[in-house]
Write a protein that binds this ligand. Structure first.
Ligand code: ADP
Length: 307
């Protein structure tokens, strides 16, 4: 497997804050690599160093074999970046914006080819300001692809998109991978991370706390399952936490979710408790653990499992 990004003890500090704290990891050619973590975890700082936009304080990193300190300009020519808010001239047409961006690079793909790939042919004469959020995001993606990049960095690619536009964005990202590109994506949506990514790095307080496939990360939680039901408003959180094999309780006004390592035993105890207290267990659902649980457990407690 070919490594296209290599980080070795990479660090970035702002005053007393260590935004990126000794991160060592690698990204393989052709994979969709996710970076997840709470706000302020250091994700943006990390990818902006790889994009050549910020300099590290210590440690090292290479992108496509090029040192990020010495070859930022060359790296920029060979990567594509989808920012959260790409500023585009609102009064320009899609075709004009694509041509303008193409002229900025040594190497560029024919905007027509990219437009065909992303389904933008019918929007060539549309003004940027007339486009919906989903179409604007598609144009931003086209701009990120204009230099035919080997690595594509996507920062929150489906932020603010409606569910249909989000699915379309995921479909396009999958097709870009099939096209042989490496994709690094930061996201807040754990469903997106689980669906899209081959491997996911979980970052918390600047540190890498876990790095693996979504399936392995989920299985590291020890096979706990979730029992979700309507909150009858009778039992307190502590009583649920005291039920056998309950390892965690998610408590909301309308729903309670028990994380259990022995679902049968917990269910029996739950029904006994409800009978004793005179309420009905309703809206019962059993769920497997998901990336959401990985995110909550690994970033809330600060514990890590990365090697
Ligand atoms: P994320 O993208 O995960 O939300 P960031 O990389 O934006 O995290 O931020 C990581 C930490 O570094 C935060 O504590 C943030 O406040 C701090 N930080 C980010 N950029 C700057 C900056 N330019 N100056 C000072 N502190 C910064």
């Amino acid at each position: 497997m070919q490594t296209v990004i290599q980080l070795d003890q990479l660090c970035k500090r702002y005053g007393n804050t260590t935004a990126v704290d000794h991160i060592t990891m690698q990204v393989n050619k052709g994979e969709i690599f996710g970076i997840v973590g709470p706000n302020g975890a250091g994700k943006t700082t990390l990818i902006e160093m790889l994009e050549g936009l910020r300099l590290p304080d210590s440690g090292s990193a290479t992108v496509l074999g090029l040192d990020i300190r010495k070859h930022a300009m060359e790296i920029k020519q060979r990567i594509g970046v989808l920012l959260q808010a790409t500023s585009m001239p609102e009064k320009a047409k899609v075709r004009e914006v694509l041509q303008m961006f193409a002229s900025l690079y040594h190497k560029s793909t024919d905007p027509k080819e990219i437009s065909a790939f992303l389904g933008l042919e019918d929007k060539q004469n549309a003004f940027i300001k007339s486009l919906s959020g989903g179409w604007k995001q598609r144009v931003s993606l086209a701009l990120a692809l204009i230099n035919d990049p080997e690595i594509l960095f996507l920062d929150e690619p489906s932020m603010g998109l409606d569910p249909n536009a989000r699915k379309e964005m995921w479909d396009m990202i999958h097709r870009l991978k099939k096209d042989g590109r490496t994709i690094v994506v930061t996201t807040h949506y754990m469903e997106e991370a689980e669906y899209l990514c081959d491997r996911i790095a979980v970052i918390s307080h600047g540190k890498l706390v876990a790095l693996d496939t979504p399936q392995k990360l989920i299985s590291m939680l020890g096979g706990t399952k979730r029992i979700s039901f309507k909150n009858a408003g009778v039992t307190g959180k502590e009583s649920f936490a005291g039920l056998p094999f309950v390892v965690d309780v998610e408590w909301e006004t309308d729903t309670v979710k028990l994380h259990s390592s022995q679902i049968d035993e917990t269910l029996q105890a739950l029904f006994r408790l409800a009978a004793e207290e005179g309420w009905m267990v309703s809206g019962l659902r059993l769920e497997d653990a998901s990336m959401n649980d990985v995110f909550t457990e690994m970033t809330a407690s600060g514990k890590g499992i990365a090697g």
